[in-house]
Design a protein around this ligand. Structure first.
Ligand SMILES: Nc1ncnc2c1ncn2[C@@H]1O[C@H](COP(=O)(O)OP(=O)(O)O)[C@@H](O)[C@H]1O
Ligand SMILES: C=C(OP(=O)(O)O)C(=O)O
Length: 902
């Protein structure tokens, strides 16, 4: 048995390599330089505004007979889409929680808006018990009250400390209802005091105020639309537009006044209410809280504030989900997404703030953006009708499936599980709908979509780098002449920096200011918000935006981003705007602002943004142009990988798994990032996420870390987190994981499994088969890529016995020329070659080499064209000579690659 690995001298972008591999080598140089930099930069601008190309509707075509075959139904089937359930009176006992866990719930939401702390404590304790009973890991999300405005109405607390309003209020259409901000008024049938003392300053005659039951169901009978007829001091006199029976806790939503624009009607309530702060601190001290879900997130600054607050409580492992619920949140979505660990699309609220016909567009855009960054995205309000009915409507069932096809990570159930009559049925039903939709999700298109996004981005960044280099060179020239005329060279450079910084400030990522607009314009004074708090403070980009909204509507978020961020200028405005945009981007990669804290955005967090490595370097180069004589050169940037090594490996693992039709991917992960990157490429098979606990010292004591990672993985589609037993032997962990997977019905005899792990200093993608018992690893097929810059990838693949090894090798992207017959290997009885260990048919090593100018990242490992190009090059038919090969000593590799005997 033998194996050959060839390494290239340097690691370059995977997409670059793919691109090169797809073209005849002789064309590469020409086509690269022929790229119109203007076009490229326009593309770049669009890319910054996220997707340039519309994402296809990923759906495999099926024949109708297949469609109507009954889906497999059995307990414990893996569903990639994550189901998160709000807990309340319908779902707070151990029994119900256990049943919900078994039906597919993987995370819970405890909503601080409603229910006392004692109720939540008891619920979380019951959940812990349920998790132990059914051995299932469940993440906990705390949802804040935040900027919610409510009707103040007395309530009674039941024996379980759940509050209830005993008397529904019957409202007739046309009836007068007075909302009042006066503090001492008691609620009656037609006078409703509200919790926000300045509502009367915000609203205007003609505005619509929506009153809905907390976690509404959208049912008109419990939703009230009030038209403001006049304002008298603290009283807002309204006319009911519809009849409704108002039951339970009532929330107040002041709807956007403008039909097609944004007037930025916002209250000035803080991100966290005082109750939120106390409840998060109290529950965080007693329970493991994996996420805080920020109600009414408006800007990225909100996310930063939340991060700092959680860190101040020592809740460093708790992640931040941003709930996007208003137009303002939509328009600031880019920044919010960059800062947050995940997004909740609050469809009920967004549905109040945007027109119904725009809902699908908004949903698809937001999901697509989250998918591009590989951050989890959840949607709300999927089966409202299941609050009272055991079956969803057709529209609801289709809506769920479409969301899965759109690429959503998970679904957040609200009233259905909180107070509905069928919490377990709701979970089971949604799980089945999701599972079936996942089975027709076109994973290949999704993968290709991400890859082509990466490729485009790289092209345009390179072109931008070229143009920046030229501009910087020009600036350097200018400096030389100004120096000669007596000004300091540094001064000229700073001038450039200063301009960049000014642009950056001007083009801040949050387009819409966070604070409110007053009816009389005096609101900011009343609230002491300062000049920027009111209407006048938001001139500039704000008025731009308004124009934009009028012309193209908010559905075109991308256009809005470009306009407001001046991306449209990008092609023509030279290095200043390039620098400014990149500077802005750079600032945004600082993530949640707590850069130095252990959880805040560190260098690692920057990996959240797929193109950050390169952009950031460009940005620093650009803003540093004053210091260096020429700024970043095209050559310098050419050395920067577009996709970082980890993402490259992650996508590679997905590709490998697809090619060998693996049934499972196993990913070792410490922080969850690697697993998330694998999930981003949406493989069709489950991703068993192995978290091996680590012993860490926080300066005071040692503790075992890992559980939080495993739990937070519960929001990412496709991940099946598993907490391993700590131990030095990675292979034993892998064996145990395979057994678990077999017991869970995820793998069967002879199935293939792809493993992504680090072995010593190498990141490895292993391709393995299970033996005839289906519970043990039959042998490794190894594809290795060396880790670290400068080492360069080298590739080797090692196939053990296979029913049709040549076909398998072909499936992995090798042409026949790459295969070396394995007979010789049989003879010398290599490590796996003996009849006794079941490899008597011999190994079929795949030889893959990389010619000098076709260096590649591991992403390219299994690209067919790449393989063909490589094969041709190796046969000497292509011009470039192969890079020097490095023989890998298989025997020496054996311990490190974890070869396991069956
Ligand atoms: N306990 C482990 N054993 C082997 N490989 C691991 C382990 N933990 C993480 N890895 C692998 O190491 C690489 C990077 O590790 P790290 O950055 O710590 O992971 P992550 O970003 O997922 O936290 C990934 O390939 C991951 O699969
Ligand atoms: C506000 C929520 O959702 P929606 O806006 O969809 O009602 C929620 O579930 O917290």
């Amino acid at each position: 048995m033998f194996e050959l690995a060839v390494r290239g001298p340097a690691f370059v972008s995977g997409r670059r390599a793919l691109k090169l591999a797809r073209r005849p080598a002789s064309l590469c140089a020409a086509s690269c330089s022929n790229n119109s930099s203007k076009n490229a930069m326009m593309g770049y601008g669009k890319r910054l505004g996220f997707a340039t190309k519309a994402k296809q509707h990923f759906f495999k075509s099926l024949d109708l007979q297949e469609c109507i075959k009954p889906a497999e139904k059995r307990d414990g089937l893996f569903t990639g889409t994550k189901l998160v359930c709000s807990l309340g009176p319908s779902s707070h006992t151990v029994e119900v929680l256990e049943a919900m866990l078994r039906a597919g719930m993987v995370a819970v939401r405890v909503d601080l808006t409603w229910g006392g702390l004692d109720f939540h404590r008891a619920t979380l304790a019951a959940l812990n018990q349920a998790m132990v009973n059914c051995k299932k890991l469940c993440a906990v999300i705390l949802d804040t009250l935040g900027r919610e405005i409510m009707v103040r109405r007395p309530c009674e607390f039941g024996p379980d400390s759940w509050p209830a309003h005993p008397n529904p209020i019957d409202v007739a259409a046309g009836q007068t209802i007075t909302l009042t901000t006066a503090p001492d008024v008691e609620a009656t049938a037609d006078v409703w005091p509200v919790t926000y003392p300045h509502l009367h300053n915000m609203v205007e005659e003609g505005d619509t105020v929506y009153i809905g039951r907390y976690l509404g169901t959208g049912s008109d009978s419990a939703s009230l639309y009030l038209r403001v007829t006049r304002i008298e001091g603290a009283d807002i006199i309204c006319e009911a537009c519809n009849g409704a029976v108002m039951d339970g806790l009532m929330t107040v939503f002041h709807m956007e006044r403008s039909a097609d624009s944004l007037l930025n009607l916002q209250n000035n309530l803080p991100l966290f209410s005082e109750y939120d702060r106390q409840a998060i601190a109290a529950l965080g001290a007693e329970f493991e809280i994996d996420y805080v879900n920020l109600a009414y997130t408006r800007t990225r600054e909100d996310v930063r504030e939340a991060r700092l607050f959680l860190d101040s409580l020592g809740m460093t492992a708790t992640k931040v989900l941003a709930k996007v619920e208003t137009r303002q949140g939509l328009l600031n979505f880019r920044g919010i997404l960059a800062g947050a660990d995940g997004i909740v699309i609050s469809r009920g609220h967004i549905g109040l703030d945007v027109a119904p016909e725009k809902m699908a567009l908004v949903q698809k855009q937001l999901i697509s953006h989250c998918n591009l960054l590989g951050k989890p995205v959840l949607i709300t309000r999927v089966v409202d009708s299941m609050v009272t009915s055991p079956r969803p409507t057709r529209a609801e069932a289709t809506d769920i499936a479409n969301a899965v096809l759109d690429g959503v990570d998970g679904i957040l159930l609200g009233a259905e599980t909180l107070r509905g009559s069928y919490p377990v049925e709701a979970v089971a039903t949604i799980a089945e709908i999701c599972r079936v939709a996942e089975s027709v999700f076109d994973h290949t298109s999704h993968y290709d979509h991400l890859m082509s996004a990466a490729e485009e981005m790289e092209d345009v960044v390179r072109a931008a780098a070229g143009s920046m280099a030229a501009a910087a060179a020009a600036a350097a020239g200018g400096r030389a002449s100004t120096s000669a005329s007596g000004h300091s060279g540094e001064g000229a450079g700073s001038g450039l920096r200063g301009t960049a910084a000014a642009h950056a400030a001007e083009l801040d990522e949050d387009m819409i200011p966070s604070s409110g607009v007053s009816r009389a314009g005096s609101f900011s004074d009343v609230q002491g918000l300062g000049a920027n708090g009111g209407k006048s403070g938001s001139a500039g980009s704000f008025s731009n935006l308004r124009g934009l909204m009028q012309s193209s509507s908010y559905a075109s978020l991308q256009a809005a981003y470009q306009e407001v961020h001046s991306f449209a200028m990008f092609g023509g405005a030279g290095s200043h705007s390039v620098a400014a945009n990149l500077h802005t981007l750079k600032a945004s990669t600082g993530a949640t602002g707590a850069g130095k804290s252990s959880v805040g955005p560190s260098a690692k967090d920057k990996a959240d943004l797929p193109f950050m490595n390169m952009l950031e370097s460009l940005a620093s180069g650009a803003t540093g142009a004053g210091k260096s004589s020429v700024g970043p050169s095209a050559k310098d940037n050419a050395d920067l990988p577009f996709m970082n090594m980890l993402e490259s490996l992650a996508s590679s693992a997905v590709r490998a798994a697809g090619k060998v039709q693996a049934d499972l991917i196993i990913v070792y992960t410490a922080t969850g990032r690697t697993a998330q990157l694998v999930a981003k490429y949406r493989p069709p098979m489950p991703i068993l996420t192995l978290v091996v606990p680590r012993l860490v010292n926080d300066g005071i004591r040692w503790r075992l870390e890992g559980k939080a990672t495993a739990r937070t993985c519960q929001l990412t589609r496709g991940l099946l987190p598993m907490l391993a037993t700590p131990g030095p032997n990675g292979d034993a962990v892998l064996e145990a994981a395979v057994i678990k997977a077999a017991l869970a019905g995820l793998v069967a005899p002879r199935h293939h499994v792809v493993v992504l792990q680090q072995i010593h200093n190498d990141l490895c993608v292993k391709i393995m088969s299970l033996d005839s018992s289906g519970r043990r690893i039959a042998g490794p097929r190894v594809a290795r890529a060396a880790k670290g810059t400068g080492i360069g990838p080298y590739i080797s693949a090692l196939y053990p016995k296979s029913p049709n090894p040549k076909a398998l090798a072909r499936a992995m992207g090798a042409s026949t020329g790459d295969l070396v017959d394995s007979d010789a290997d049989d003879d010398d009885e290599g490590p796996h070659g003996s009849a006794a260990d079941g490899y008597d048919e011999g190994l079929v090593p795949l030889l893959v080499g990389l010619p000098g100018d076709l260096q590649t990242s591991a992403s390219m490992l299994y690209d067919d064209e790449m393989s063909r190009a490589i094969a041709a090059a190796m046969k000497g038919s292509a011009s470039p000579a192969p890079a020097p090969a490095r023989e890998v000593d298989v025997a020496a590799l054996k311990p490190s690659i974890g070869v396991m005997s069956p």
